[in-house]
Each structure stands twice: as C-alpha cells, then as structure tokens.
Design a binder for this molecule. Structure first.
Ligand code: ZN
Length: 363
C-alpha cells in the first residue's frame, strides 16, 4: 500500500509498504478522508509544540517512520479476532488517545485519566496511508447522514466536547470564545447547545468572524478593529464573561496570537469565572498568577476525550446541532496531495483556511 513516511522534519515521502498484518482486537480499514491536526502540521515542519521532543526522538532513532493522521474517516475491510462492535463495510471515526489498560488508573476504572496509553499517529501508525490497522477501542460508527469529510472532523470535535464538559457550564452562562479556528468554532457551537446564554466570538480574521456569525455566535468581535476586552465587559454589564474558551494562542509565525489572547482572556473573564485553556503555546508562558489568585479565576484544561464524547459527536452532527461543513474550506483529492494539506494546515491564516485541509484518499 502507499503510505507517507517521515525521514526527518520537513521530509515526508510517499513509500510503498506492506499492508499491516491483522492483530486481535483490531480492524483493517481503508482510509477515505484524513486531515492533519494543527499540532501535526506544525510538528511535520519541526515547529516546537506539544510532543515535539518525542517526535524528534522517533525521527532520530526510527526514520523512516509513519507519523500523524489521527483525524480521519475510514471503511472497515477486515476484522480481527475478538472484534464484536464492527463488521466489514462499516464506516468509522476514532479517538486518538487510548488507555493502556494496565496502569493503576485503568485497573481502577478511571481509564479516561490514563496518560500511559498510545496515541494514534504518534506511538501507533496513523492514517496518511491507503490502509491502517486500528484498535477497536478507538472507534465509533459513523451515521449515514455524516459525510466522509465531516467524519474526519469528529476526533477534533470530541476534544471540543470534552473541553465544554470541563467548563461545567451553568444554564444561561455568558461564554466568550477567543479564536474561531476549528476548535473555537466547535466549542462555540457545543456551548450553544449545552445551555450557554449569550455567546461572544472573537477573532482577528474577517473570514473567521464571518464563519462564527454564520454558525450562531450572538456577538462577533473583530479584535483587529476593536478592543475585545472592553466590548465583552460592555456586553456583560461590566462583569466579564462567566466562561472564556482560549483557542487562539500559539506561535505568531503560524498566524496565532502568541499569549495575547490568554492575557485578554484573563481580563475578559469575570471574577470567579473560568478560562478553559484549549491552545498549546509551544513554550513556557509567563502569567500574572497573583491576579488570577486575587480574582479567584479558574484556569483549567480540558479532559482527554473518551469514547462517550466521540459517540456524542455523531449525535451532534447528524442531528444538525453542530455544523462542520461550512468550516471545511480546503478539500484535496488523492494521497499525493498530503504534503499540500500539511502546508495549508500549518499556515491557515495565509491560506484563509478554517478547518485543517483535508485529503480524500479514496473515492
Ligand atoms: Zn492506563
């Protein structure tokens, strides 16, 4: 089969490799649609972010290595021994982070807290290939009403479901979302159907602001034109938002906000309110801790998404409560287009992309 393998940072090649042999508890699946996550796209070019050191080590000791590709839709062609929930022909999407099944947390029934299990595309081969061997515990059925292209977004959406659950919204809470990339738009829409009161979306890109408006934000602030903190205070009776999702931070070289959006989130949340940290910054960040302490601000980070979160994404999308299609701006055809998808996804601002660029591997 054809599979993209990494020989180093910025060096990916389309190789012919054997189809992986079947294992118990696994399925062999044909990849229909796959997209790099923003983190994967940055790592592919050697930009420091989450898991950079681990990827660098794998490249130095194992290259060529099949890396990345945990956001995909696939069709099962064969099932391994012990697989009960799926049959050949089923369409599936997957979660990325898997429990190890052996540590004290897993044995204790708290597998969702496990950090020792493998991640698809990082420790396990991902799906920038024609076929992949996938663990059954990662997978969910994809509803017929969901397209291959939308299904490739479900993994990221399940992380957003976990992020909104972490926020523990109360009905009527005012919610501000900094950054209207794919996760910002997802958190915004999930918060909306999970009891949020007024929803305020913030971005600096006109196309992202327009998308937030289309997908149901009550107020959209173009932070390149006006001060988002002053406007959020104004919209919340001077208090600030009850909950702020910070989804814009990261390297300015990739068009992200640095730590400016985090500083603004701290100023825009009400005292005793919560900031949900969705962004990865790729470097240590200096914070006004005493100010957070003084104002009793909860700066919390999303839990890992579980199979239950992933299954909920299928309901959210097939019922139309969350819309993914409008944000899918770049769809490429053919496995040879994968490097182009990495380039676009690593530089979404430059290409006016909202969702990562997708590749239809097989039609
Ligand atoms: Zn474990």
């Amino acid at each position: 089969m054809k599979a993209w393998r990494f020989y180093g940072f910025g060096d990916m090649r389309l190789d012919d490799i054997p189809v992986p042999p079947m294992r118990p508890g696994h399925v062999l699946a044909q990849i229909l649609c796959v997209q790099p996550s923003v983190t994967e796209a940055q790592l592919a070019f050697g930009i420091p972010t989450l898991a950079f050191d681990k990827i660098k080590q794998r490249l130095e000791s194992e290259a060529p290595v099949q890396l990345f590709g945990h956001e995909y839709c696939a069709r099962i062609v064969e099932i391994g021994e012990g697989v009960t929930r799926f049959k050949p022909g089923d369409r599936v999407a997957a979660r990325a982070k898997l429990p190890c099944g052996q540590c004290a947390l897993c044995v204790d029934g708290r597998a969702s807290l496990c950090r020792k299990g493998p991640i698809i595309g990082f420790q396990l081969p991902g799906c920038f290939s024609e076929y992949a061997l996938l663990p059954e515990i990662a997978l969910t059925h994809v509803d017929d009403q969901i397209s291959d292209s939308e299904a490739a977004c479900l993994q990221s959406l399940s992380d957003s479901v976990a992020a909104v659950e972490t926020a523990a919204l109360r009905i009527g809470d005012s919610v501000a979302v900094f950054g209207q990339g794919s996760m910002g738009l997802e958190c915004m829409q999930i918060a909306r159907v999970s009891g949020a009161g007024r929803i305020i979306a913030v971005d600096v890109r006109p196309e992202a602001c327009a998308m937030a408006r289309e997908l149901g934000a009550d107020y959209v602030i173009d932070a390149s034109q006006e001060d988002p903190v002053a406007r959020i205070k104004d919209l919340t009776g001077g208090n600030g938002a009850d909950v702020v999702f910070e989804c814009a931070g990261g390297s300015p070289k990739q068009g992200l906000a640095g730590i400016a959006s985090l500083t603004q989130a701290i100023d825009a949340v009400r005292s005793g309110g919560s900031i949900i940290g969705v962004s990865f910054f790729g470097a240590p960040v200096s914070l006004p801790i005493d100010l957070l302490r003084e104002r009793s601000i909860r700066y919390v980070f999303p839990d890992i998404s579980t199979l239950q979160h992933l299954e909920h994404t299928v309901r959210l999308v097939s019922s139309g409560r969350v819309r993914l299609k409008p944000a899918i701006t770049h769809v490429l055809k053919g496995i040879d287009k994968v490097p182009e998808a990495f380039e676009i996804t690593a530089n979404k601002g430059k290409y006016k992309a909202i969702n990562p660029a997708q590749v239809m591997i097989c039609e």
